[in-house]
Design a binder for this molecule. Sequence first.
Ligand code: NAP
Length: 509
Amino acid sequence: MERLSSYVLGRWQPAAGDLTTLVDPTSEAELAAVGSGGIDFRAVLDFARTRGGPALRRMTFAERGKLLAAMAGAIHGRRDELIEISIRSGGTTRGDAKFDIDGAIGTLTYYAGLADKLGTKPWMLDGAGVQLGRTPRFWGQHVLVPRSGVAVHVNAFNFPAWGMMEKATCALLAGVPVLEKPGTPTALLAWHIAQTLVEKAGLPEGAYQIVVGSLGDALDHLGPQDVLAFTGSSATGAKLRGHAQVVRHSVRVNIEADSLNAAVLAPDVDPSSETFGLFLNNVVLDMTQKTGQKCTAVRRILVPSDRVEQVRDELVAQLARIVVGDPADKNTRMGPLASRSQMEEVRAGIERLAKAGTIACGGTQPVRAKGFFVAPTLIVARDGRDPTFHREEVFGPVAVVLPYSGDAQQAAEIVNLGGGGLVCSAYSNDAAWSHAFALAAAPWHGRVWLANDKMAEQSLPPGMVLPQMVHGGPGRAGGGEELGAERGLAFYQQRTALQGFQGQLQSGW
Ligand code: NAP
């Protein structure tokens, strides 16, 4: 069985120590072993700070952008092979594998394009300069400079390609070296991507390191210029945020955690309209794409009380057409969950949700003799405000229909019971309704996605994270923010107020 090495200190270090076995979630066949025993994490962080950081900071934004383009090219060069690895090691269908891998390439390419616009100064300007003295000679200007530490990235298992590259892209473009730690169940794909990047992308030594397996005592060695960006469950996020060394040195932390994303159908939407069709399609896509293991997937579906049966029947009919099975089979629309523990957690979650509602389709019964499969499961709640549906994310192909009155304000109140989310979507052709909903839901969400007949045909689904727009959300969702064009770089930069002679501040750097 293959043992996955880690790339640290400028070389591949073989897996050692307590090994974890990775399995194919479809066949349960053993694929590889990972383990990070023996790695000197203090040295790894220092290597990034003293080798990778200075090399990146000597480059202009445009030069760093070329690195991102080379990374995108390297991944693209092995795209077909990486898709096969994703299918085998992550249980993804071909379409789901492309979603992850093309998401990585697309994000790198977008930021490579943005880099050219960021100029050749060693910093980015933050807003316009201001006159501070009697005349403009005494001047102030906020600037954003790269932090001189290392970015430690702890990634979730569900997007081994896109998740890792989304974080690495912004850090490298800002001029900060990265230490990546992929989620273990799907680390095989991340490891292959790392090999490609190390071999083909021409990254400066120390700019990109990856630890496959546990992070060991790495967090104990974080310092005041370092940053820690995490994607995963709220529980792990809370643990990392409270780490003694992180607190002691005010290490900057970004948490991307779980979210009970909602889709809301407004009462005005005609069943024959494009908006209604889009609503159904997007809900089914979110429930089944990546087997529901998407942080932005819809978990709660708010429907006016008098239309619950209609929506339930339409969704059950569409979900019945989803072929669940071996993701390598081209007819399969939904594969297994990524690991046995995920399957067990999802089944337990369905049982808990079903106590407060009725299962309309799916459930906990086994789908196939082998593999980590769960059927697409729709539950109809008895009471839309029941806390059972607003406190727990079931990370699989599971969603709940929640009845509400049809009032926009009430819809937002129910959606906001989720305690803070990544995205919520609302479907209405009534501008006043959409406006009232968006205003009431926005403080609790990183993104509010509004559909109507005018944009239905051109829209990208709400579950899709785009590099142009911010990703993250308050409260339960972690309180973090990533991407959003230049905004995504700010986490890796220090905002400094420069004050001095205008002529000097505006030229000569
Ligand atoms: P998880 O169990 O919290 O693990 C996330 C990452 O943290 C993994 O790399 C894990 O490593 C690592 N980890 C766990 N305990 C750690 C510790 N004590 N110290 C250092 N690292 C530690 O989450 P997951 O099961 O991988 O991912 C699913 C969750 O992620 C879902 O709740 C989903 O909603 C959320 N998610 C959120 C976003 C977003 O952008 N907001 C995106 C994707 C996923 P191991 O794998 O080695 O245990």
